[in-house]
Design a protein around this ligand. Structure first.
Ligand code: FNR
Length: 393
């Protein structure tokens, strides 16, 4: 058992698995910048490995002689009916992986009736992605600008473009020390290539550019740099004290659409979110990209569900690679599970076709898992479905 806790993927048994091969293929296809950006974690990857190894502590208990002929992976989240409790986590600057970036991912989500979440650091505008997602269900992830007018402008645009909930990311006011990024001087690279230009056509931002004497048509890279530096990943944090302001404005702009916090890892913060009247939280450690040596997201999930699972919608991400991982997070009490790197790899390998393939494969695997393990409905999946080993200190 202790072997599972060694912080090296090659040291525990399921190595060179299909997700590993997908990752290797993505490494072959992506540019160096795309590969470095998508693969890097904080520090020396402890939290990344902790996220993965935490899944091995929980084992599924298959049930026999259950009628699994009629299965259903459908779920409802904030009143929206979705094909599965599996959605696209917000991932920034998708054009670094493929030229069609967010547009392709939004198409796949729409076609499969899966939840799509657009990042504030996206490469295409909120409006273009909203249009590409059409009748799909989409959330908007906010990196909250220190400039209130700028933040409010993003909320208005997200609501107007049909985004159904706001998800504030709370764990990334500053990007962590990520060795690959530091080696590459990547942030300079992103700026230079303008790959994260979601905000460039924002009216408030255009005004700010004017004030700074930057013409975005003549100097798009400089404008992109200003967007990144001043609106996201800027090292300027907001606190709990600001949350009622943001929640009030989002609710009033959107007519009461849900407000969620992403990046919650402690019971204390989950309780604060409940006190604040937030609609949902995403238990996440940003795929291990922020605090190296942090608690595995799945371990945090278990504690947080115990504390607030009956009071607030608890969602999950970080480290999910297979249908069994989705199953385990649901069994521990997550209502919904977001996928990050899996679809990034698909996008990097083959654009829209790649994303479609990876997600369809995951959905098929989940359907077959429901059948083989004897849990034909998502609601059947609860803690009784798991045999959980104690945590090893
Ligand atoms: C992210 N994540 C992220 N989160 C967010 O709120 N806004 C963002 O712009 C990004 N960008 C981003 C880029 C890349 C390359 C990665 C890998 C992750 C975090 C993401 O939403 C999610 O929390 C994790 O990716 C989930 O873990 P897995 O599924 O990637 O292991």
């Amino acid at each position: 058992r202790e072997m599972f806790w060694a912080p090296n993927e090659r040291q525990f048994p399921p190595f060179n698995t299909e997700p590993d091969k997908l990752k290797a293929k993505a490494q072959e296809r992506l540019t160096q910048a795309g590969w470095y950006y998508s693969s890097c974690n904080a520090g020396i990857n402890w939290t990344h490995y902790a996220n993965r190894t935490a899944f091995y502590r929980h084992q599924i208990i298959p049930r026999m002689l259950i009628d699994t002929n009629a299965r259903d992976s459908a779920t409802t989240l904030f009143g929206h009916k979705l094909a599965a409790p599996i959605g696209f986590a917000p991932i920034g600057i998708n054009r670094i992986y493929h030229p069609t970036g967010e547009i392709s991912v939004a198409h796949v989500a729409r076609d499969l009736n899966l939840l799509y979440c657009l990042s504030s650091a996206g490469s295409y505008s909120i409006e273009d992605v909203g249009e590409a997602n059409g009748q799909g269900i989409r959330f908007f992830q906010l990196y909250q600008s220190p400039d209130d007018e700028q933040a409010l402008s993003m909320l208005r645009r997200a609501h107007a473009s049909g985004f159904q909930a706001l998800m504030l990311t709370t764990d990334t006011w500053q990007l962590a020390w990520r060795h690959n990024d530091v080696d590459m001087g990547n942030y300079a690279f992103y700026h230079e290539h303008g790959v994260g230009d979601i905000g460039l056509n924002d009216s408030v931002f255009l005004q700010r550019l004017k004030e700074a004497g930057i013409d975005p048509d003549k100097e798009p890279k400089k404008a992109g740099a200003k967007w990144m530096d001043e609106n996201i990943w800027h090292g300027h944090s907001h606190t709990w004290a600001k949350m009622p302001w943001l929640m009030k404005h989002w609710r009033s702009i959107s007519g009461g659409k849900p407000f969620c916090l992403k990046g919650i890892q402690s019971v204390a913060d989950a309780k604060k979110a409940v006190e604040l009247g937030v609609d949902g939280i995403v238990v996440s450690n940003h795929a291990g990209r922020q605090v190296d040596g942090a608690i595995a997201s799945l371990d945090a999930l278990e504690k947080i569900v115990d504390a607030v699972g009956d009071k607030i919608v608890v969602m999950y991400d970080s480290g999910v690679r297979t249908a069994a991982d989705v199953f385990k997070a649901l069994a521990l009490g997550a209502k919904f599970v977001f996928i990050g790197r899996l679809w990034v790899w698909g996008l990097g390998i083959a654009g829209e076709t790649g994303v479609d393939h990876v997600i369809r494969a995951l959905l098929a695997e989940f359907d077959i898992l429901q059948e083989c393990s004897g849990y034909p409905k998502v609601d059947d999946i609860n803690r009784d479905a798991l045999d959980s080993l104690p945590r090893v200190a």
